[in-house]
Design a protein. Structure first.
Length: 547
């Protein structure tokens, strides 16, 4: 353990030393690049340290640098930080830059510029003048004239009050003299800038001289060879501090990103809850599904149409996400399920919360049911550890029948499920059954007693004979009743209808076995008389359904 700690400490120290050496190499080898000059065009200012030319607004520049970029018209633009201003000149001796507003309305953007200079300035830009002026801002959008009289016309320039209706004057000036009686006063502010600069759409900023001795920034003399500065102890301290600060800044931004992502997630959840209350399915992106399921981490099961994963929309709402495979083959099933499920709202039918249809990805989002499907509870009565009990089985049977009745008679257009089996009956916390999986369902616009079909559909062992062959009669809503009957017989018998693992059982016809059970040739041990009555009722109803 001690050696491991020493090794990790040595690794951290080595990493810190390597970073310091890299800083020294950058320090010793960066002078030539800093002395190079760039320009956006022949008539544009020359750009060198402490300015840095970047390709676009989204690209960053070095610490304590001033980012500039070129427009397609070869104009030099500075971003402070969300305001684009044009840089017209740079005085490297006096450390002054001249800025204008490309939209010719500097007074309108002044508050954002002033807020940046005073509060959020990372590159140490200040106003050129030191004394403050008391300025008044007026909204003259209702004046209707292109220019104001008197003061404006007496100057060599004139502000276009239609494209830029914000006017600035000194607070001590008379609004009568300036013809501002028709304008609305917005606010007063103290700032280190002249009113005429804003009206002329041009102002100056100064950048501060860096502190070379204390290691604030490395200084360059591009007229002669670069100054030779020895690596002092203070530089090592500052470099180490910079590394630590960098790690802190990275952590800070990661925390901000984390909380921002949580806010975005919360916004999505709020939007989902709106749709949830309005009973409208939500359309999710594939990225949403990855986030909801934790990159499809926990698989709940896999069926013929795809895998089901556990997900979480919020701490209160758990969901099951069914990702369909074979998208070309299952495309119609997906459209069919979304179309039909959007119309269904019943206590014994699973509700479709949302879906995903992005590229080749197809998925359906449902409520999560912790008890899973009825298939997990098909056990004989003498298996005391797993058997649910006859009263619960009766409750599940009645709820499933109620759901089927709603599909056949309660909807605007009858819906035939065509795939009723224990896998698609999901159980909530109270073992209330919910019918799911409507990929094979058919929406009947006319008579549900006569349904046209081109091919058989359903799960082996539960498909009605007429679905296999028209020799047995016409396909109708009774196909679901047959499948429901087989489900009841499985619940009573406590075993699967088809069991290919045993050669002996695979040849047994389940309805005959149940019939023998009722006649008394086969016995199921049931101690309580009431429970025996329930079992017999379920078996008789099952036989009625499949006859």
């Amino acid at each position: 353990m001690a050696s491991g700690v020493l090794y990790r400490g040595h690794s951290v120290s080595s990493m810190m030393m390597m970073m310091l050496l890299m800083l020294l190499l950058i320090k010793n080898g960066s002078g030539q690049d800093e002395c190079r000059e760039f320009s956006c065009g022949p008539s544009e200012p020359h750009i060198r340290f402490p300015f840095e030319l970047v390709k676009g607004m989204q690209d960053g520049c070095g610490l304590r640098r001033i980012c500039l970029y070129c427009t397609p018209k070869n104009e030099t633009i500075i971003l402070l930080p969300s305001i684009k201003l044009r840089l017209t000149s740079i005085d490297y001796k006096r450390h002054i830059i001249q800025l204008t507003d490309p939209e010719n309305c500097l007074p309108k953007k002044f508050l954002q510029i002033n807020n940046f200079v005073i509060h959020h300035n990372q590159v140490k830009l200040t106003y050129e003048q030191e004394e403050e002026s008391n300025l008044s801002f007026f909204n003259c959008s209702s004046v209707g004239h292109r220019h104001l009289r008197n003061y404006m016309q007496s100057r060599s320039y004139a502000q276009d009050m239609i494209s830029c209706p914000i006017y600035v004057s000194y607070s001590f000036n008379s609004i009568l003299q300036l013809d501002l009686t028709s304008c609305t006063k917005m606010f007063d502010i103290n700032a280190s800038i002249h009113a005429y600069e804003l009206l002329e759409n041009s102002f100056s900023l100064r950048w501060l001289e860096p502190n070379c001795i204390e290691g604030d920034i490395e200084c360059f003399d591009c007229k002669r060879t670069r100054k030779r500065i020895h690596v002092s102890r203070s530089f090592i301290y500052s470099a180490t501090g910079s590394i630590v600060l960098g790690l802190v800044v990275i952590s800070f931004f990661k925390i901000i990103r984390h909380f921002r992502k949580k806010e975005e997630d919360q916004a999505r959840v709020d939007k989902f809850l709106e749709d949830y209350r309005a009973e409208n399915p939500t359309r999710f992106t594939y990225a949403d599904l990855k986030r909801i399921t934790g990159a499809f981490k926990e698989k709940l099961g896999e069926g013929a149409h795809g895998a089901v994963f556990r997900g979480k929309l919020s701490n209160e709402i758990m969901v099951a996400v069914k990702v369909l495979d074979n998208t070309e083959k299952e495309g119609n099933d997906f459209i069919n399920e979304v179309r039909i499920m959007g119309k269904i709202h019943h206590i014994n039918v699973v509700r479709l919360l949302g879906f995903c249809a992005e590229g080749t990805y197809r998925a359906l989002v449902y409520n999560f049911f912790p008890n899973g499907s009825l298939q997990s509870f098909i056990f004989p009565p003498d298996d005391k550890e797993h058997f649910l009990g006859w009263e619960k089985l009766q409750h599940i049977a009645l709820g499933t029948a109620t759901g089927i009745e709603y599909l056949h008679q309660g909807c605007t257009h009858p819906i035939i499920h065509f795939d009723i089996n224990p896998h698609i009956v999901l159980l909530d916390d109270n073992f209330n059954p919910k019918i799911s999986d409507f990929g094979l369902a058919k929406l009947c616009s006319k008579n549900p007693s006569l349904v046209s079909m081109t091919a058989a559909r359903g799960t082996l062992g539960y498909i009605a004979p007429e679905v296999f062959s028209r020799n047995f009669g016409n396909v109708s809503y009774k196909s679901d009743i047959y499948s429901y009957g087989m489900l009841l017989l499985e619940m009573v018998g406590g075993r699967k209808n088809i069991d290919m693992s045993s050669a002996q059982n695979s040849h047994v016809l389940y309805p005959d076995w149940i019939h023998d059970l009722i006649d008394g040739d086969v016995h199921i041990h049931i101690e309580d008389e009431c429970n025996a009555k329930i079992a017999k009722q379920l078996a008789i109803v099952g036989l009625w359904c499949i006859q």
